[in-house]
Ligand binder design. Structure first.
Ligand code: IPE
Ligand code: IPE
Ligand code: MG
Length: 254
């Protein structure tokens, strides 16, 4: 662990070594600010998205080195279809671009790729890239890298309700058997623990329809840093803040 921290913060003073329980199991990130990062440099928005891939690469390395179990990254929301076609087309090519270059490293790091989101509306080439990565990494036992792609929390919950009510109507499910735990299994994140820590960059203080159910008790951490500038040290700062939080889940400290 100390080794991993040293690599993340080569020149800076090392923080106190983290204990395993101080590391969030599941970190979710809203990767925001690509457009503004590009605009500040007089570049097209797509240049910001491209630079965002570097931040993703760094964050995956840092998260995997720190021993985080699940890293969920918000890559494209169901609301992002509203953007100009050119930008959407560019974003839809990024999974392919990223996975083509980074799949060997993900394999080396024993990372397992997953996707949370609706497959409907995604271009075939985007789905093919993600499906290939999921298939190739399915037996990996290290960190789970979960791409929230074409993801919207309200749509996810409505889809879950539709599946459940269909099963009830067919007599395959007893309404009494539906509880919080079983309901979770109908969401795109089935099988994953709820995020312990949510990070949003770019200065926006909102959830933008991200993991509304799953974030019920997550600790929230915001930074003004634009996603393309996000580095391992920012992830460490978020975890530093996380370990100082007192998670009471509605109870009290005795
Ligand atoms: C996040 O950056 C990437 C996606 C939403 C796909 P933005 O593109 O939202 O960047 P800003 O918020 O306009 O700066
Ligand atoms: C959220 O960012 C979606 C992703 C990061 C993929 P947006 O930039 O789309 O969110 P708003 O529009 O600021 O709420
Ligand atoms: Mg944005």
């Amino acid at each position: 662990m100390l080794f991993a921290l040293r690599r993340l913060l080569p020149k800076k003073k090392l923080p106190k070594t983290f204990h395993r329980h101080e590391i969030p199991r599941h970190v979710a990130i809203i990767m925001d600010g690509n457009g503004r990062w590009a605009a500040e440099r007089g570049l097209p928005r797509t240049a910001g998205h491209y630079a965002g891939m570097g931040a993703l690469r760094r964050t995956i390395r840092a998260a995997s080195d720190l021993g985080i179990d699940v890293l969920t990254v918000f890559a494209f929301s169901t609301e992002n279809w509203k953007r100009p076609q050119e930008e959407v087309d560019f974003l839809m090519r990024l999974p392919q671009e990223f996975l083509e270059t980074d799949l060997p490293e993900l394999m080396e790091k024993n990372v397992q790729v997953r996707m949370s989101g609706s497959r409907e509306g995604l271009p075939v080439h985007t789905l093919q890239a993600v499906d290939t990565a999921i298939k190739k990494t399915k037996n990996n036992t290290g960190m789970i890298l979960n791409f929230a792609l074409n993801y919207g929390s309200r749509a996810e919950i409505v889809t879950a309700v539709r599946k459940i009510t269909t099963l009830v109507a067919e007599g395959k499910l007893d309404p009494h058997d539906i509880d919080e735990k079983s309901f979770s299994q109908y969401l795109y994140t089935a099988g994953l623990p709820d995020p312990d820590l949510l990070i949003r960059c770019s200065g926006e203080i909102r959830l933008s329809n991200f993991l509304l159910w799953q974030l019920a008790y997550a600790e929230l951490w915001f930074t003004d840093v634009y996603w393309p500038d996000f580095k391992g040290e920012h992830l460490l700062a978020a975890i530093e803040a996380f370990r100082k939080r007192d998670r009471r889940y509605g109870g009290i400290k005795l």
